[in-house]
Design a protein around this ligand. Structure first.
Ligand SMILES: *Cc1c(COP(=O)(O)O)cnc(C)c1O
Length: 363
């Protein structure tokens, strides 16, 4: 069975490095656990690394975190990232201390549920500064903020934005400056300061490193940068972080030498694409017991220098090892494992695949 191993020590070190980088600019970090299925051991490593709270897009993941003892009472507030479904208001206020919101009616449902439960739910109003996923348009922010803040059972905790997710818009001095300016307008309208301006995700790391995040932004919600040690604009490694927190090990089930171009008349592959092949002669190949059912449309990259993934079907991945140093190649055996680095898409899929064993290594 394939295994995905997480080095919790490296995860903690990544969290610490990013908390320190953000902290120098007066910015707190929420650790985002959605790509690790809200795994409490991963969350624990982030908390040890100094994150101010934990955030996830799914309620079942927040439940795992709450059942593990996290939450505002334990000084590790839990935040729901995806806009709540108003039908789940009761669960949202029970499982999340804070939620990101854009709909006044949903916030009213959260308020009723919070009142019924005898608590106050914290709301961050999301502003769409151009990426075109969630959030109200900037010209409506002050009015919507006032409506949300007047809702019994909730308190407007702050405003926030999300970038580089749908539209691919990168954070800049200008678009985050707009958010900072809106903070002042909302505070003027409410007659009190907002606790939080949540300026985005791992795509803000480059801007953060050059001091380009405007004053007034005091929170980032970081997932990929902590988990994989990369910013998400150019996917470059972040200095002083580990890129190998996760390693995937897949069993080798065939080792052979075959041509690089299929023999016979070809049609579509298993996924409806017409594959293109370049004739590179006969190749030494390894077949591993893992496929697109496990990795989705993510990318896995062999750790071994010279090895290259040729392609994958649902249950098989084919690796070209022709360019691998002969000593390393000769050591390969059917039944042994081949190691891979994973990208974010692969991590997300592997974590939720029931066919992949997850190992949380506390070494
Ligand atoms: C997923 C998500 C994040 C974290 O994004 P990364 O790129 O993994 O840092 C932050 N905020 C929201 C709203 C999200 O959905």
């Amino acid at each position: 069975m394939a295994r995905l191993v997480c080095d919790l020590g490296k995860l903690e070190a990544n969290a610490r490095a990013l908390v320190s980088l953000a902290g120098e600019r007066g910015i707190e970090v929420y650790g985002v656990t959605k790509a690790v299925h809200g795994e409490p051991l991963a969350a624990g490593a982030m908390v040890k690394g100094g994150v101010a709270g934990l955030a996830d897009s799914r309620l079942p993941n927040l439940k795992r975190l709450r059942d593990a003892g996290y939450g505002a009472e334990a000084r590790v507030p839990l935040m729901l990232l995806r806009l709540p479904d108003p039908n789940e208001a009761e669960a949202v206020v029970r499982l999340a201390d804070i939620s990101l919101n854009a709909e006044v009616d949903t916030v009213r449902a959260l308020g009723r549920a919070a009142e019924a439960a005898g608590r106050v739910h914290l709301v961050i109003l999301m502003v769409d500064v151009g990426d075109l996923r969630e959030g109200v348009w900037p010209d409506k922010v002050v009015e919507v903020a006032a409506l949300m803040d007047n809702t019994p059972g909730v308190r407007l905790h702050g405003i926030g934005t999300n970038l580089t997710c749908y539209g691919g818009v990168i954070p800049t001095w200008e678009n985050l400056g707009l958010l900072a300016a809106l903070r002042r307008q909302v505070e003027e309208r409410l007659g009190r300061p907002l606790a939080v301006v949540s300026g985005g995700n791992s795509s803000a790391i480059n801007l953060l490193r050059v001091g380009g995040v405007p004053a007034g932004i005091n929170q980032l919600r970081l997932g990929e940068s902590i988990l994989l040690g990369r910013e998400t604009v150019a996917r470059q490694p972040i200095p002083e972080t580990h890129q190998d927190v996760f390693t995937l090990y897949a069993p080798i089930i065939e080792i052979d030498e075959k041509p690089s171009v299929p023999v016979g008349t070809t049609a579509e592959d298993a996924f409806g694409h017409e594959p293109v092949f370049v004739d590179r002669g006969w190749r030494k190949r390894v077949l591993v017991a893992l496929g697109r059912q496990d990795t989705g449309d993510g990318v896995i990259t062999p750790v071994l220098p010279g090895a290259r993934v040729l392609g994958a079907s649902s249950d098989h991945t084919i690796v070209d090892v022709t360019e691998v140093e002969p000593a390393a190649r000769d050591g390969m055996r059917v039944g042994a494992e081949l190691a891979f680095h994973v990208n974010y898409g692969a991590l997300l899929a592997l974590i939720t695949s029931p066919y992949v064993e997850k190992v949380w290594d506390r070494r």
